[in-house]
Design a protein around this ligand. Structure first.
Ligand code: FEO
Length: 397
């Protein structure tokens, strides 16, 4: 009987043996409308080696894909590039069922795996830059601390010029196609940008350093095999250059207006601000939080030059969706933004000041004091909103 799940060959010695998660829509707070994959890779070397595993509920799928090319018990080495549970969740069962001779992780990874799974066996620590021979094949490991966790590392297979890049260069995209060149370009670009914005943006300085380090090592890379989404085997420059551009966080002439509203007053302000921004020559995106998820806002900010945030005052504070979104954005540490706060109120009006406080913590350059409107904006108030938009547009030209 054939295995129900098949491995996909991605290079001379490597098979993809991961899992496709068609149903996931929330990845620790990040909306994933197209699902995801958890990529594990099998190196048909001697010893047979598994690079990463999959999220725990998908263990049987991974084992079936492995069994489609080799008897799973023949796996003698397991390498854990990253201890987050989407990649290590099946590791305890792999160890219990397959009894590999050796399990490897970075120095920090050995600790993290112990703290996750309390394993009663040795995990062998690999140092930054260390190499490991798999018979005739050779692997080299590079620590990539905080990309995405302190334990993270990437693994380079010299013989196939293949980089197992772990979370780096990944995307949350469930597909039966395994290679990036099989995915429509607009979906690829959108999901790669969304992933960078929501997972990696705050580590941008480390990404620039890593790109520089890999460039200096002068390792030929023909294939990039990340732990999420498709494998790159063509046009690698596109994703490498995209990462360099996003990580540089250079502002553009695009302005993002994020807001929520109770009785449409803050919404009227947002719309007038949008008109002013457009009249001033800015590209404009209005994102009402009733219909825009926080991760869509993060994605729009990736290449923006301005962030304007509006909230009515509710119970002496921020509207909950605005507080949620600002907490999320602040954690992602966007840089080089110009901005402003605005909002309507009935009697106390704390929301605008609270937004300004958070925007200052985010080091957003505020163009003027926030705009507050009591109850419903009249024509004069809307003209002030228009002028605010125009002033921001002037700053980001
Ligand atoms: Fe895909 Fe940081 O785990």
């Amino acid at each position: 009987m054939p295995e129900p799940f098949s491995a996909i060959k991605i290079s001379e010695h490597v098979y993809w043996v991961g899992a496709i998660d068609w149903s996931i829509r929330d990845f620790h707070g990040y909306l994933t409308p197209r699902g995801s994959t958890y990529n594990a890779y099998l190196i048909l070397s001697d010893p047979v080696t598994l690079v990463d595993t999959v999220k725990a509920p998908f263990r049987e799928e991974m084992l079936s894909r492995i069994a489609s090319v080799v008897e799973p018990g023949k796996i003698r080495y397991v390498i854990s590039n990253h201890s987050e549970m989407d990649h290590s969740g099946s590791l305890p069962e792999v160890i219990r069922l397959l009894k590999p001779e050796k399990v490897f992780a970075s120095v920090m990874g050995t600790r993290a795996l112990k703290e996750h799974f309390h394993l009663d066996r040795e995990i062998i620590a690999l140092k930054d830059g260390e190499s490991l021979n798999l018979g005739k094949l050779k692997l080299t490991f590079l620590e990539t601390r905080m990309l995405h966790w302190p334990d993270s590392m990437v693994t380079y297979l010299h013989d196939d010029a293949l980089l197992f890049s772990q979370d780096g260069f990944g995307m949350h995209l469930a597909s039966s196609e395994r290679f990036a060149d099989q995915i429509p370009a607009d979906i690829l670009a959108g999901e790669a940008a969304s992933y960078f914005a929501n997972i990696l943006l705050l580590y941008s300085p480390l990404i620039l350093k890593l790109l520089e380090r890999v460039g200096k090592l002068n390792l030929p890379i023909k294939i990039i095999a990340p732990d999420h989404g498709p494998v790159y085997r063509q046009n690698l420059d596109w994703i490498l250059q995209s990462y360099a551009r996003w990580a540089a966080r250079k502002p553009t002439g695009k302005a993002v207006v994020v807001y929520d509203t109770m009785w449409q007053s803050t919404e009227k302000m947002a719309r007038a601000i949008g008109e002013g921004l457009a009249a001033g020559g800015a590209g404009v995106k209005l994102l009402p939080l009733k219909s825009s998820h926080r991760s869509a806002v993060a994605t729009e900010i990736l290449d923006a030059g301005a962030l304007l945030v509006g909230s009515p005052t509710l119970n002496n504070g921020l509207f909950p969706t605005v507080a949620d979104c600002l907490t999320y954005l602040k954690g992602l540490r966007p840089q080089n933004l110009t901005g402003a706060a605005f909002g309507s109120y009935g009697w106390s009006g704390e929301s605008v000041g609270e937004i300004e406080g958070i925007l200052k913590e985010m080091k957003v350059n505020l163009v003027q004091e926030g705009l507050k409107v009591k109850f419903v904006p009249d024509r004069e108030a809307l003209e002030k909103c228009f002028s605010l938009g125009k002033a921001v547009a002037e700053k980001i030209k």
